[in-house]
Design a protein around this ligand. Structure first.
Ligand code: GUN
Length: 280
């Protein structure tokens, strides 16, 4: 391996300590409400992790678990209650929702000032304009990793593989706001390997285990793996074939222990940002 390893676990731990010290200096404890509908096991793990991290940082975390059969009307009423609750600074509805519930309607019901996921169209619009306020947590986590590792972004060619609303699109907006020349690639992209080989920064967010291999990577490029795929034997693996890419890249994230821990740390940061802005 020639690449520098980007230790997301350590970088996230430092960010969480920084958030905790900001919270301690505030004189009040920002409130984060996490809503889960149903009992998808992966979502339950994420919600518990967010809850624990929030409490460790000195936030007031509350998680609401609604039954899988919750109607759209009841879910919207719950969100309305949280919107009106002055002690709640951040609201997060864990996705995916059970079928029959519209994620768009639910996200649009969240007060944009409390939208710590950065998914509300108002926050998406601000991000697209290049003035992010509450930007999605995973892409923000990636930007924090690049900053911490002193990866040059301005003027660099970056490719984001994947165009989801949660990762790909906001990732491209943040890279663009940092003056990268950005390509968004997706399932219809022609000669993806050649597109990747031109990039100084490759962000993989497609959900296909090991899809990106070392022969797609320009020597010295930075490779960020957002993929979290569970293999048949239970192991977690990314979208990047780590061994072959690490032999070529300049820096690379592992899975697990790369981007994953950053998402939660940035959620805490967004909650503090929302609280400070809301309470003046
Ligand atoms: N499901 C997977 N990632 C996310 C995320 O960042 N936020 C929410 N709310 N749900 C998710």
């Amino acid at each position: 391996m020639t690449a520098r390893l980007i230790d997301g676990k350590a970088i996230a731990a430092r960010l969480r300590e920084h958030v905790a010290s900001r919270v301690a200096a505030l004189g009040f404890s920002p409130g984060l409400a996490v809503v889960q509908v149903g009992d998808d096991p992966a979502s339950s793990v994420y919600v518990r992790t967010k809850d624990r991290a929030a409490q460790q940082a000195g936030l007031r975390a509350s998680s609401l678990r609604l039954p899988a059969g919750t109607t759209q009307r009841d879910l919207l009423a719950t969100i309305e209650t949280l919107n009106r609750d002055d002690g709640v600074d951040g609201i997060l509805v864990q996705l995916p929702l059970p079928s029959g519930l519209s994620p768009h309607a639910v996200i649009e019901a969240i007060d944009p000032a409390k939208d710590v996921d950065g998914f509300h169209p108002l926050n998406v619009g601000l991000l697209t304009e290049g003035r992010p306020i509450l930007a999605p947590c995973t892409p923000r986590g990636v930007m924090h990793l690049l900053d911490t590792m002193n990866v040059p972004i301005s003027g660099a060619r970056a490719i984001v593989v994947g165009r989801s609303s949660i990762v790909g699109r906001p990732m491209a907006s943040l890279l663009l706001a940092a003056d990268a020349t950005v390509t968004i690639a997706h399932s219809r992209t022609r000669d993806l390997a050649a597109e990747c080989r031109r990039a100084d920064i490759v962000v993989a967010a497609v959900g296909r285990p090991g899809m990106i291999t070392g022969d797609w990577i320009k020597p010295g490029a930075t490779v960020i793996d957002v993929g979290i795929n569970r293999l048949a034997d239970g192991r977690l693996t990314g979208d990047v074939d780590f061994e072959s890419c690490a032999a070529v890249a300049g820096a690379i994230t592992p899975v697990p222990g790369g981007v994953g821990p950053m998402t939660v740390a940035c959620l805490l940061e967004n909650t503090v940002t929302a609280a400070i802005r809301r309470r003046g």
